[in-house]
Design a protein around this ligand. Structure first.
Ligand code: PSU
Ligand code: MN
Length: 301
């Protein structure tokens, strides 16, 4: 890893050396996915939740062109406040590093850096997917899940059926966590049955270890439903998503702006309800990811 311009924080570095559990956290959700000031608050809280489990949090970002794994509070603030924070997926990494910019990493970007650092579990609110409408907007999260050996505690929005098909084609196992149906981000149910589900973290670790023993290079998605009490009603959400998509089309939003735009519209259209669910599921995913990281560190000799 010597040539990679990466700074693993001393705390994360020492946890990794000891074989102690570590959970990587993405940062696009902080910089681009959440309104201020909730974004900074949730960024801090995710770290606290992970820590509360005796696990070391490692938030991933790029600061002045250096890849950071494990952020200080002032770096987190810089990302949450910054107007000039890039959104980094695989293709953006080289630009942001070459130009010494600041950037927040998506699931794809965060998985890459987690892998460079040797971290195997990443938590997020929602992975990207195949956007609706039959176009060509497919999140860079998907190909990275297919090639980066990181396990993501996550959930998808968008065209969920197409997203599942994409992951099947490219060999990404999708594991229902206590559910046998793919959760639909804001709601617990999508109607899309999964082939694989587990009841707890040890079973996730068994699957990760088998994938590793087989020499299969790639990640897996652990799909966690939002907590019961915070899930939004399906029909209500569906109407808001349709409206948000229409607005994106009318305004000609495209490329990497699409997901942040849709999330902002959802916030408006649901009078902030979507942000409340988003926070609840982020917190819950941080908890599940911590459980997985704990089980993983207990299993590795
Ligand atoms: N879903 C959310 N909130 C988010 C994201 C997804 O509910 O903030 C972010 C994640 O960082 C994810 C990224 O990796 O959006 C995907 O963006 P795109 O669709 O442009 O690949
Ligand atoms: Mn996209």
């Amino acid at each position: 890893m010597s040539k990679i311009p990466i700074d693993v924080s001393p705390e994360v570095d020492s946890a990794l050396r000891d074989g102690s559990p570590v959970v990587a956290l993405e940062s696009t959700v902080i910089a681009h996915g959440m309104p201020r000031p909730d974004n900074l608050e949730i960024g801090r809280r995710l770290g606290q939740i992970v820590r509360g489990h005796g696990v070391t949090p490692a938030t991933v970002a790029v600061i002045s062109g250096r890849v950071k794994v494990g952020l200080s509070d002032s770096e987190l603030e810089r990302l949450a406040d910054g107007a000039d924070v890039q959104k980094i997926s695989r293709r953006d990494f080289s630009t942001v590093v070459a130009r010494k910019l600041d950037g927040a990493t998506t699931v794809a970007g965060s998985m890459m850096a987690a892998h460079w650092a040797g971290i195997r579990v990443l938590a997020t609110g929602g992975i990207g997917g195949v956007h609706r409408g039959g176009g060509f907007d497919i999140s860079a999260d998907l190909p990275d899940l297919a090639r980066t050996p990181v396990c993501s505690g996550a959930k998808a929005i968008m065209d969920l059926s197409a997203t599942l098909e994409w992951m099947e084609t490219h060999g990404v196992p999708v594991i229902g966590y206590g559910v046998n149906e793919l959760p639909a981000f804001y709601t617990r149910r999508s109607g899309l049955a999964l082939d694989l589900w587990v009841d707890g973290p040890e079973q996730v670790v068994e699957l990760m270890q088998a994938q590793l023993r087989l020499g299969i290079v790639g990640g897996m998605v652990v799909a966690v439903p939002p907590p019961e009490q915070s899930a939004l009603l399906g029909a209500e959400v569906q109407a808001a998503i349709d409206q948000a998509l229409d607005m994106a089309q009318v305004e000609g939003v495209r490329g990497k702006d699409t997901t942040p735009f849709l999330l902002r519209q959802m916030d408006d259209l649901t009078s902030g309800e979507s942000v409340i669910v988003n926070k609840a599921l982020l917190e819950n995913n941080a908890k599940v990811a911590s459980h997985i990281a704990l089980a993983l560190s207990a299993s590795v000799l």
